[in-house]
Design a protein around this ligand. Structure first.
Ligand SMILES: C[S@@+](CC[C@H](N)C(=O)[O-])C[C@H]1O[C@@H](n2cnc3c(N)ncnc32)[C@H](O)[C@@H]1O
Length: 191
């Protein structure tokens, strides 16, 4: 299996523990590569970790399973950050800078009958991912949609995403206590 954007290597290590015969992890960040290698050693997992841009380090190779939790947060500009944490999440104005590249190249890296597991936000449109994969010959479907509270990065960008129509405005609900004089919680619904 191949894990793209491996970060700390959590997914790659889990795959190794689940019995994957061969596990390859790729990340662009030097630090991530170092940490993933360290984690593999600490947890005694056989994971081959490479530094590079998406599929570049595995050119010409095919896998039975490709996983990716790539950067997908819509950002102010199309310039992708080259350093630090923002590289983990910024993905151009529509959040699809890396997703589109993964969709376009996936077919060339899957074995017959192989699978791609890709996670991203509703803000960068799963239907576009499905169509883009189909255009390159990969039949895809949305397996699961999970609603989770916005994390700090998405919360900080909520106004930007709303102004671009990428997400619905966040409803703010107010709990009305039966005793109007009693203090009540103020809830914010998660998207
Ligand atoms: C959202 S994090 C995911 C980390 C880990 N897979 C996880 O699920 O916890 C995205 C990762 O993609 C890496 N990344 C960003 N651009 C990349 C690129 N062009 N090629 C490979 N990895 C990239 C970042 O360094 C970061 O580690």
């Amino acid at each position: 299996m191949l894990d793209l954007g491996a970060g700390t290597g959590a997914v790659a290590l889990a795959a190794a523990r689940c019995g994957a015969r061969s596990v390859t992890a790729v990340d662009l960040s030097r630090r991530s590569v170092a940490v993933a290698r360290l984690n593999a050693r600490l947890h005694r997992c056989r994971v081959s970790v490479h530094r590079g841009d998406l599929f570049a380090p595995v050119q010409g190779r095919r896998f039975g399973l490709v996983t990716a939790n790539p950067p997908y947060v819509p950002a102010q500009t199309s310039v992708l950050p080259r350093h630090r944490m923002a590289r983990c999440w910024d993905a151009g104005p529509d959040g699809r800078a890396l997703l589109d590249r993964i969709c376009d190249a996936a077919a060339d890296h899957l074995l017959p009958g192989g699978a791609l597991l890709l996670v991203h936000s509703g803000a960068c449109r799963a239907d576009v991912t499905v169509e883009r994969l189909a255009a390159s010959g990969v039949v895809a479907e949305v397996l699961e949609r999970v609603r989770v509270p916005l994390g700090p990065v998405m919360r900080a960008r909520a106004a930007l995403h709303e102004s671009r129509g990428l997400v619905e405005p966040l409803p703010v609900l107010r709990h009305q206590p039966s005793n109007p004089y009693a203090p009540g919680p103020r809830d914010t619904a998660a998207r």
